[in-house]
Design a protein around this ligand. Structure first.
Ligand code: HEC
Ligand code: HEC
Length: 151
């Protein structure tokens, strides 16, 4: 019994030592040692131009908030009282141009013939907490996700 315990203890010690020798230097994703200052990430420009010139970006899973295909840098910030996005997106038409209207999930009052004014639900006010523009960036880590269009 004693012998077996000694053998097990010795085996554990050996593997611990070998394990330590085999440890490799870790490569951090931020590319700098802990005490060093952070390297600012590369400043990438968002893709997209003026709305009305671009194709919608295909959705890759059901329930995905669609990605914004146009530039948004020129629009004012969304504030408590102002929202530059709803001007275009609250209806199918803005100044005679076709627009993708927010879906009914975003509304508290769905337009009807009697009352054609849609009313946005206030928990959808901050559009860019769900809808985001895109940059052409290399993924930080490899992944094998296969997108599937929900439409
Ligand atoms: C001047 C009108 C206008 C404004 C302002 C605007 N958009 Fe758009 N948006 C469009 C048009 C037109 C499209 C259709 C694609 C295209 O032509 O760019 C679109 C497409 C989109 C889509 C893709 C919809 C889908 O089904 O794939 C999203 C999401 C979106 N916009 C979000 C926003 C957000 C968020 C803001 C505010 C930061 C905003 N838009 C401001 C006109 C506008
Ligand atoms: C809480 C997250 C969230 C917020 C905030 C939000 N959306 Fe969405 N949006 C979604 C999701 C998820 C979808 C796709 C499913 C659906 O239609 O409900 C969507 C769909 C859309 C679509 C496509 C509609 C269609 O018929 O395919 C447009 C356009 C859009 N949103 C614009 C906006 C605008 C403009 C705002 C701000 C006023 C906004 N959204 C705020 C999550 C959000």
């Amino acid at each position: 019994m004693k012998k077996t315990t000694t053998i097990i203890v010795l085996a554990l010690l050996c593997s611990a030592i070998l394990g330590c020798v085999g440890v490799q230097q870790l490569q951090t994703m931020r590319g700098a040692d802990v005490p060093e200052a952070d390297q600012a990430p590369q400043d990438l420009a968002y893709q997209g131009k003026r709305p009305g010139e671009l194709k919608l970006i295909e959705r890759t899973f059901e329930g995905q908030p669609p990605l914004i295909p146009h530039a948004i840098a020129n629009y004012d910030e969304i504030t408590v009282t102002e929202n530059p996005c709803i001007e275009c997106h609250i209806s199918n038409d803005f100044k005679g141009k076709k627009m993708p209207r927010v879906s009914n999930t975003h509304l508290v009052a769905i337009p009807t013939a009697a009352d054609p004014e849609p009313v946005l639900h206030m928990n959808r006010w901050q559009c860019n907490s769900c809808h985001v523009p895109q940059v052409d960036a290399k993924p930080l880590v490899e992944n094998s996700f296969q997108g599937r269009s929900a439409r």
